[in-house]
Design a protein around this ligand. Structure first.
Ligand code: FES
Ligand code: FES
Length: 169
């Protein structure tokens, strides 16, 4: 049996997505971006060092550059594109999550390359720990490198989400 041009199916953002003409060794990051038209996850180091490619795999935040896509056939994958919610920002028609909205309104986005991975990491943190301490926030995003912001606006965005969620309960 050849291992070239594999076909398998991945469960991504709640949908079954067939992967065709894939080499068995392709990373999940590559398959998401190049084969499934999901370019939200970014590729920078491709060595598990920067976090720009972070996705949720069975609920865990992982670097998709380090996961062989074909090994994820029995997993549930959520990318930044799957984190949409019912928060509308400004007068645009786009619907984005409260974390995404806070990153925009708090000025936590500059070049934006790190942003999708950070958004996924923050969603993961707040899902498991709705009221994290400053240290816990720092620890949760310690694998996500931002070269632009100095992190102050990112922490402000996370805190804004925490406070808004507390008030809405
Ligand atoms: S591209 Fe995956 S960790 Fe940097
Ligand atoms: S905004 Fe540029 S790397 Fe974070």
């Amino acid at each position: 049996m050849t291992t070239d041009h594999q076909m398998y199916t991945l469960n991504i953002n709640g949908a079954e997505r067939p992967v065709k003409d894939s080499w068995i060794g392709e990373s999940l990051l590559y398959v998401l971006r190049e084969r499934l038209d999901l370019p939200g996850s970014k590729g920078a180091c491709e060595q598990g060092e920067c976090g720009s490619c972070t996705v949720l795999l069975d609920g865990d935040a992982v670097c998709s550059c380090l996961v062989m896509a074909a090994t994820a056939v029995d997993s549930t994958i959520t990318t930044v594109e799957g984190l949409l919610a019912d928060t509308v920002i400004g007068d645009t028609a786009r619907v984005i999550s409260d974390v995404q909205a806070a990153f925009v309104t708090e000025g936590a986005v500059q070049c934006g390359f790190c942003t999708p991975g950070l958004i996924v990491a923050v969603h993961h943190l707040l899902e498991h720990n709705p009221s994290p301490s400053d240290i816990e926030v720092k620890e949760a995003i310690s694998g996500n490198i931002c070269r632009c912001t100095g992190y102050g606006r990112i922490f402000a965005a996370v805190n804004a989400v925490i406070e808004t969620r507390k008030k809405s309960k």
